[in-house]
Design a protein around this ligand. Structure first.
Ligand code: AGP
Length: 612
């Protein structure tokens, strides 16, 4: 989604802004822009489309400067156009602003400013902020820059991460945050601000994260932070401890394919150092829960969005099966506005690859407001969710760039599987079963490596079915969320209508969709209920539907009834969902490619969803 960058120092800001914007591209956007302060005046440059369009335009831009702000926009208010792209300038070009988030009362503020003769040239909520800042500046020209911005924000309802450039303040950028991430990267005689550490990690590893309600003044040699109620803030400088390699595909045609193939490593990293010495259980240093606390949990509650929500559903099946603890799973976007009754002794987890999903963050705050300690599972160290949770588990899956989550999903499944084992061993699972489970987990990277060899076989299946417009994904029990994930991947990447159901639900309605045009993908890798799945498969065949089966390499003769059979190794139930989803990731990827889709940056989507 939208990305923010800002630079103040001695170097030419333009090229730094463009470079950093390129590193934000993976988040998803539809236009890009920058503004430079050049000899006392602000000059904007914007382009619809990719950052390379902006870069091309910048080569002929007559303006330069050592201070500037930049933005990648994902449209919310107003269509995709240059006029709506950021930065937005105030009337008279005294101020320029880039903004992530949504100003909810922008119409009210617009009416107020229109009465003061301000004119608006875009359809965005952001432009009103530029003019509101200008209004407050003209009311009290002696005020410091940060104070003007602070006063302006007092009138604003909604969410924002902003960076503001001011003509009267030639060596200062003001930034502010409310529910939209922002950080200040500290350099030597220069500072750089961004909405995402990925954008600036090549310039500095020393960063200060802004908290909600904070406003910062950033100059080349100095920065200061205050809160909305004017208290000064003692900041903490963090070292980025993750290496952000230069963003490239390492010889793969797409990040998505590269990340699918990175799964053995991502899974290995999720497990590293997390097995107990006796080889029968797991441990998570970050959870900071005593054995007694773990034993006293009566219920678990998981909250997430999209693919992370599917991981939670798998977690529910595994924990209920192995640890016999009831688990509830909610979409974070629903939970935040529902008054969900939570029982005592409920352990709450929020799960998010990016750690920045606004709905998940809001759900986290809601659970904390109710007095529950909240644990997090996230991939991004230092992300908003990582910092707001009481404790948690890092995935260590490595940077995920493809908008469609793949390796982060299987890494979350690995963590849930390990959590199921940890809780099971605190209850009824004996040491022998624990050892078998650990053995299965340790074999995962190798088994996943085997499944990756199916790539070409799945490509050929995708070639046969890529023109179809209707896909049903069917699975039972823990394979139902895997079916949901398979359908989501196909929708996201190939723009094909795909739905998922628990297999036995077919005859309660969805079977009406089955015709010769329909492709039904059965995920039948678990040992239980195979004969029931076979019956459902026959019902689809009897109605002319095409059948693809993802099956274990056991004895069932799926080939007799399925049009295509993808065989994966038969494995322990605790890791089976991980093995089963990989063929579906490949399938979505190849169908997307064959249909000519931009699989790394699917239309209308963003890597981290930071607006509601
Ligand atoms: C995954 O393929 C999707 N792009 C999307 O559903 C994603 O999982 C969701 O937006 C949640 O993101 P998060 O894990 O970063 O919170």
């Amino acid at each position: 989604m939208c990305g923010i960058i800002g630079y103040v120092g001695k170097k030419q800001a333009g090229s730094i802004l463009i470079d950093a914007l390129k590193r934000l591209e993976y988040r998803g956007y539809d236009s890009a822009g920058l503004a430079l302060l050049d000899r006392g005046k602000i000059f904007p440059l914007k382009r619809v489309g990719k950052v390379c369009e902006l870069e091309r335009a910048q080569r002929h831009f007559r303006h330069s400067g050592t201070i500037g702000i930049g933005h990648t926009r994902w449209a919310t208010h107003g269509n995709v156009s240059e006029k709506n792209a950021h930065p937005h300038l105030s009337n008279g070009s005294h101020f320029a602003i880039v903004h992530n988030g949504i100003i909810e009362n922008y119409l009210q503020i617009k009416t107020f400013l229109s009465e003061k003769n301000y004119t608006f040239y875009s359809d965005t909520d952001t432009e009103i902020l530029a003019n509101l800042i200008d209004y407050h500046h003209h009311k009290a020209t002696h005020l410091p820059f940060a104070e003007i911005v602070r006063k302006s924000l007092l009138h604003v309802e909604g969410t924002y991460g902003i960076a503001v450039l001011g003509k009267p303040f030639p060596d200062e950028i003001v930034v502010a945050r409310k529910s939209s991430p922002l950080l200040i990267g500290l350099g030597d005689g220069e500072n750089i601000i961004a909405s995402d550490a990925a954008a600036i990690a090549r310039y500095t590893k020393r960063v200060v994260y802004l908290n909600d309600g904070e406003i910062a003044s950033v100059r080349p040699d100095h920065f200061s932070v205050m809160t909305a109620d004017e208290s000064s803030v003692d900041t903490v400088c963090h070292e980025l401890d993750w290496e952000i390699a230069d963003v490239n595909c390492d010889g793969y045609p797409h990040f998505m394919l590269k990340e699918i193939f990175e799964q053995p490593t991502a899974i290995e990293n999720a497990m590293r150092g997390r097995f107990t010495r006796d080889g029968s259980s797991t441990k998570f240093g970050g959870l900071s829960l005593t054995p007694e606390a773990l034993r006293s949990i009566d219920r678990l509650f998981f909250c997430a969005c999209g693919t992370a929500y599917h991981a939670c559903l798998v977690g529910k099946y595994l924990i209920e099966k192995y640890a016999r603890i009831p688990v509830d799973v909610e979409y974070a976007s629903e939970f935040r506005y529902r008054n969900v009754p939570l029982q005592r002794n409920t352990l709450v987890f929020v799960v998010s690859q990016s750690g920045e999903t606004i709905d998940t963050l809001a759900a986290l705050y809601e659970a904390k407001r109710k007095g529950y300690p909240v644990m997090g599972i996230t991939n991004v160290v230092g992300s908003s969710i990582a910092r707001a949770t009481d404790a948690g588990i890092y995935q260590h899956a490595g940077f995920e760039i493809g908008v469609a989550s793949t390796k982060a999903f299987t890494s979350q499944l690995t963590i849930f599987s390990m959590l199921a084992l940890l809780l099971a061993r605190r209850r009824d699972m004996d040491q022998f079963d624990g050892q078998q489970y650990v053995f299965a987990l340790k074999s995962l990277p190798k088994v996943v490596g085997e499944v990756l060899k199916l790539s070409e076989r799945i490509r050929s299946i995708a070639e046969r079915y890529c023109k179809r417009e209707r896909f049903l994904f069917l699975g039972r029990q823990a394979m139902y969320p895997i079916a949901l994930e398979g359908a989501l991947k196909l929708k996201e990447i190939a723009y094909v209508h795909a739905e998922a159901f628990p297999t036995a639900e077919m005859k309660h309605g969805p079977i009406a969709l089955v015709s010769e045009e329909t492709v039904c993908i059965f995920i039948a890798t678990q040992r239980e209920l195979l004969d029931k799945t076979m019956s459902s498969l026959q019902e689809v065949r009897a109605r002319g539907g095409k059948v693809v089966v993802v099956a274990g390499d056991g004895e069932v003769e799926w080939e007799v009834f399925g049009d295509e059979v993808i065989r994966v190794p038969e494995v322990h139930g605790g890791i089976n969902p991980i093995i089963s989803v990989i063929p579906l990731q490949f399938f979505a990827y190849y169908v997307g490619i064959l249909r000519g889709c931009d699989v790394d940056r699917p239309r209308n989507l963003a890597k981290s969803v930071t607006v509601e």
